[in-house]
Design a protein around this ligand. Structure first.
Ligand code: TTP
Ligand code: MG
Length: 366
């Protein structure tokens, strides 16, 4: 029997907006001669001696298999006719702000996730429009009329499903998932589409012959929770109640796990700290953040909880460093013979990673 309450809040109206091929689309808008050509945002490998990566590319270039994060060299090999543009990040940021101004006409409950993507809670909105679908259409229309750009929108009752929906029919798509349709929508989705499920988890799930949302429901509940966390258990059931948070500034990156079976052995505890350290390092690297403070959290069988931190001389996002410090902090804790029921590792005192080229940035850090 599950001891957790499963409350599914379906009362909210959430929109997720994501611009289509954002940097490339802005370039195509500004230079009509690019129309119909494959366009890649990234340094031209012929001019850099082969260095550099692709920030993004238009849909024409995607037909050749080019995608974000691919080396420019490989992109050139796949699509020699492509136009390479180094890109103008501050310009894209300005356009991102113009888009955000459009969102603000409808609601102040806007949570930007990156330069071209945001969640909006339009349950109550400034225009008093009941239908979230109508609001989404109006936003798409405004962005097209005023900025000559297309975006894709997802409309649902939570952020998790709204994001999946916006990705469902790109470009210029609008996908609505009603509460009664959510289960079927999720069941058909491949698990690699589930936002928040990392590559490693996808591999482990594939090893268990789990490929779709429907397969996730076949895993015994406690096994799913134990191995992949309560969050995925809930998402598989269309439950994700996290609110749309305007002006959210990420201050820390953490990973923690609760264990169904208490941990007593030091090696087991350290192995779990290592797993948490790896997740933290991966997330920091993905989000281009570094931090100077590493915190570990230990909860014992009697629910007493300890948090201990260590401050480094230099900020890091390096897995080996985070792991080593987490183990060192653990070694310095007073001996405690009770079993461990929860372990967490957090990287905090975050700042933006320096020296990056053209890449994703948090709008909210502006
Ligand atoms: P995305 O929304 O991931 O991609 P996109 O808008 O180009 O294409 P899609 O239609 O599939 O949404 O990212 C938004 C912008 O962020 C993108 O235009 C360029 C930048 N970006 C990078 O610089 N590096 C990356 O690895 C990714 C994924 C994006
Ligand atoms: Mg996009």
């Amino acid at each position: 029997m599950l001891e957790f309450p499963l409350i599914n809040d379906t009362s909210r109206k959430i929109i997720h907006i994501d611009m289509d091929a954002f940097f490339a689309q802005v370039e195509m808008r500004d230079d009509p001669s690019l129309k119909d050509k494959p366009v890649i945002i990234g340094h031209d490998p012929r001019k850099t001696g082969g260095r550099g990566v692709v920030s993004t590319c238009n849909y024409e270039a995607r037909k050749y298999g080019v995608h974000s994060a691919m080396s420019s060299k490989e992109a050139y090999e796949r699509c020699p006719n492509a136009v390479f543009i180094s890109g103008n990040y501050s310009h894209y940021r300005e356009v991102g702000m113009q888009i955000r101004e459009i969102f603000k006409r409808y609601t102040d409950l806007v949570e930007p996730m990156s330069i071209d993507e945001a969640y909006l809670d339009v349950t109550i909105n400034k225009l008093g429009i009941k239908s979230a679908v109508k609001v989404a259409k109006l936003i798409q229309y405004d962005i097209w009329q005023e900025l000559h750009l297309t975006c894709s929108a997802g409309v649902s009752y939570n952020k998790f499903i709204a994001k999946l929906a916006s990705d469902f029919q790109k470009p210029a798509g609008l996908t609505v998932v009603l509460p009664e349709e959510a289960q079927e929508f999720l069941e058909k989705l491949p698990i690699e589409k589930f936002h928040g499920v990392g590559k490693k988890s996808v591999e482990r799930l594939h090893d268990m012959e789990i490929y779709t949302g429907a397969d996730l429901l076949k895993i015994p509940e406690m096994t799913l929770i134990d191995r992949f966390g309560f969050d995925l258990f809930r998402k598989a059931r269309g439950i994700s109640n996290s609110p749309v948070r305007p002006n959210r500034v990420r201050k820390s990156i953490g990973s923690e796990r609760t264990y169904g079976k208490l941990l007593y052995n030091e090696d087991d505890i350290k192995a779990e700290l290592t797993k948490n350290a790896r997740r933290v390092a991966e997330s920091a690297q993905k989000n281009k953040k570094v931090g100077r403070i590493i915190v570990i959290k230990v909860r014992y069988s009697d629910f007493s909880t300890l948090t201990k931190r260590m401050t480094l001389d230099k900020s890091t996002q390096d897995f080996d460093t985070i792991e080593r410090i987490a183990h060192t902090i653990f070694d310095q804790l007073e001996e405690n013979s009770s079993g461990v029921r929860l372990l967490g590792v957090t990287l905090t005192g975050l700042e933006d990673q320096e020296g990056r080229q053209l890449d994703l940035d948090d709008l909210e850090s502006l």
